[in-house]
Design a protein around this ligand. Structure first.
Ligand code: G3P
Length: 222
């Protein structure tokens, strides 16, 4: 699986989020590779009408009901949103809250992706048994220098950390991934998938880059 985090980049403002999601949907079907998109919060339910899996970029632990301005898991689910990133490097939350949100998403049958900075955090949060841990060294995010090339040990050590938790949590990696080769290397190092933002959102051709990434998965038959 690969997850495209649209972040709040200007390139995906307004209807461009729908365009990017449609392209992802097309190549996901063409190559039979699971692609998930994370549009900005205000567009999430609009994009979730398309035939593609949508995750939220963030979710809160606030209750459903009389709360204001929070992102509520139960309401996301009713808008066809299938899961959420949690604790993204650009939106960190306290450990207790991560634990509560992972359990809440599990009880709703929604997918949880807990983002971590390093293998130590991967070990700590894998104990909460999220569906996925995504390791992203912060200094490589948006750098165009792939974690799989610059910090391969961040992936291999996180794979080990996640295995040691002895549950069904799987590992994704991200930061600086811009080519199909970066994707292939991540998978060779033991990641089950990748999390990418600027490598796709800011690429000159969304079609070509998404297809290149999808083909890297297809080659590995993951
Ligand atoms: O959420 C994905 C992200 O933080 C990695 O960003 O731009 O390095 O692909 P980027």
């Amino acid at each position: 699986m690969f997850i495209i985090n649209f972040k709040n980049y200007e390139e995906i403002a307004g209807s461009r989020s729908l365009t990017l999601a449609e392209i992802a949907s097309r190549f996901s079907k063409k190559h039979n590779v699971r692609i998930v998109v994370c549009p900005p919060q205000h567009l999430v339910s609009e994009v979730a009408r398309l035939p593609i899996t949508v995750f939220s970029q963030h979710v809160d632990s606030a209750k459903i009901g009389s709360t204001t301005g929070y992102v509520i898991p139960e309401l996301l689910k009713k808008s066809n949103v299938a899961g959420s990133l949690i604790n993204h490097s650009e939106h960190r939350i306290p450990p207790e809250e991560i634990s509560v949100i992972v359990s809440r998403l599990r009880s709703l049958d929604m997918t949880s992706v807990v983002c971590v900075r390093d293998p130590e955090e991967a070990a700590r949060y894998a104990r909460f048994a999220p569906d996925y841990i995504a390791v992203e060294p912060p200094e490589l995010i948006g750098s165009g220098k792939a974690v799989s090339k610059e910090r391969p040990e961040a992936i291999t050590d996180s794979v080990r950390a996640v295995k040691e938790a002895r549950n069904s949590t799987r590992l994704l990696c991200g930061a600086g991934i811009v080519t199909g080769e970066d994707v292939s290397k991540s998978l060779e190092l033991g990641a089950d998938g990748i999390l990418v933002a600027s490598g796709i959102v800011k690429s000159p051709s969304w079609e070509q880059t998404i297809e290149q990434f999808a083909l890297a998965f297809k080659d590995r038959e993951i």
